[in-house]
Design a protein around this ligand. Structure first.
Ligand SMILES: *Cc1c(COP(=O)(O)O)cnc(C)c1O
Length: 391
């Protein structure tokens, strides 16, 4: 097979060998139901509870505050709909931002149809929310603030500690979608004043379809799935033991040499940014120049369209994305790029290359080398480019 350079780690990541190895015994010999009382069940039960303990410890949480779900989307849905229902008697107002993942935005839109009111905070040109606007949006009826830790498209990291502090002072529940931040940033839920936090396995080299949520004890949240007593009765259903074990292993691997690994990825990111902006005219970096995820790059190339760029990069074995995986396939420009103030025609020309520890310096060189002529070829075919040249 020809060369493959995978740079779409914000969409999903490859399962790591350590994770797969940790899961295998739970597919083969240890297949007992964690709720059964014979010893095979006991092995599964112990594995699930040890996994919960590992994850809790990494996040500075208590074991009983960690709940397993099918992933980030489920955790976001549970947090937002759950708080909306449980705190209805206190109020009907929710604050979020314009650049959230669709799992948050579409859930909020759903609640608006049910009579809730939602304030969508603006972001500045770098994608950062404005704390003053947050403060002035708070009402007596505000029951929830949900702001993502770091953006999946442009990588901007939000001032989570400050947001959490504001929420705490006003006695409002604070939820954060940390799907992109986990493994990139060391998060202690107490230090950051977080009440609820969503995470997902497949963004950190574990399996698709497993994730979890931190729920601070004392927060009232209705049961998500009614049935058996799993997840303290809140989310019934036989535990996905192998996936849970793999998720905990992914946390362990990420934290084993956290600083060394994230510094390595950051070095690759900065080399890529410098290489692209330095070699391609009329290119720009989207998102915050410093306050961004170590693995995120997002570029716009004037006069060209993201989709064609992706296809041509794919022919060179380079996998990236334009907008987010969920929005690509439609011709709508990304809501995130529009929110940072980019005009439609520029927001169409974006390219996100998101890295992981599996990428190499040599791959970065390869991408920079391939990108320049591809952008030029597309520009040569673009009427917009011709018009601009003639001016
Ligand atoms: C990927 C992602 C999700 C969705 O997680 P799934 O586990 O795929 O459901 C939610 N929020 C953000 C920020 C993401 O990047």
């Amino acid at each position: 097979m020809s060369r493959q350079v995978y740079m779409d780690n914000a969409a999903t990541t490859r399962l790591s060998d350590e994770v797969l190895d940790s899961m295998m015994p739970y597919f083969k010999e240890n297949y007992g139901n964690a709720s059964s009382i014979y010893s095979l069940g006991g092995i599964s039960k112990v594995a699930v509870e040890e996994s919960r303990e590992i994850i809790a410890e990494k996040l500075g949480a208590k074991k009983k505050e960690i709940f397993f779900t099918s992933g980030g989307s489920e955790s976001d849905n549970w947090a937002i709909k759950g708080i909306a229902e449980a705190y209805k008697s206190k109020g009907n107002h929710i604050i979020t931002s314009k650049i959230e993942h669709h799992a948050v935005l579409h859930t909020c839109e759903y609640l608006e149809k049910k009579g809730y009111e939602v304030s969508y905070l603006d972001v500045d040109e770098y994608g950062t929310v404005d704390l003053d606007q947050l403060k002035s949006s708070i009402r007596d009826e505000t029951i929830l603030i949900s702001i993502m830790f770091a953006n999946n498209e442009i990588g901007t990291i939000q001032p989570i500690k400050e947001i959490g502090k504001i929420a705490k002072e006003k006695n409002i529940v604070f939820h954060t979608d940390a799907v992109q931040a986990i493994g990139n940033i060391k998060i202690d839920v107490n230090e950051f004043n977080i009440d609820m936090m969503s995470f997902s396995g497949h963004k950190i080299h574990a399996q698709k379809g497993i994730g979890g949520i931190y729920i601070r004890s004392g927060i009232r949240i209705p049961n998500l799935i009614h049935g058996g007593g799993q997840e303290r009765g809140k989310r019934a259903g036989t535990e996905n033991v192998a996936a849970i074990v793999g998720l905990a292993k992914a946390f362990e691997v990420a934290y084993e040499n956290f600083d060394e690994r994230t510094n390595y990825i950051k070095g690759l990111r900065d080399k890529l940014i410098k290489g692209v902006l330095g070699s391609i005219e009329d290119s720009r970096l989207n998102g915050h120049p410093e306050n961004r995820l170590v693995n995120n790059t997002n570029f716009c190339f004037k006069y060209i369209e993201g989709e064609s760029l992706l296809l041509m990069l794919d022919m060179e074995g380079i996998q990236g994305s334009s907008g987010s995986a969920c929005t690509s396939g439609s011709l709508d420009p990304s809501h995130v790029l529009l929110s940072i103030g980019l005009p439609h025609e520029i927001a169409h020309g974006s390219l996100r290359l998101s890295l992981s520890e599996y990428n190499t310096e040599e791959e970065i060189d390869y991408v920079i080398e391939k990108l320049k002529p591809i952008v030029q070829r597309l520009r040569d075919m673009s009427p917009l480019y011709y018009r601009a040249q003639g001016e």
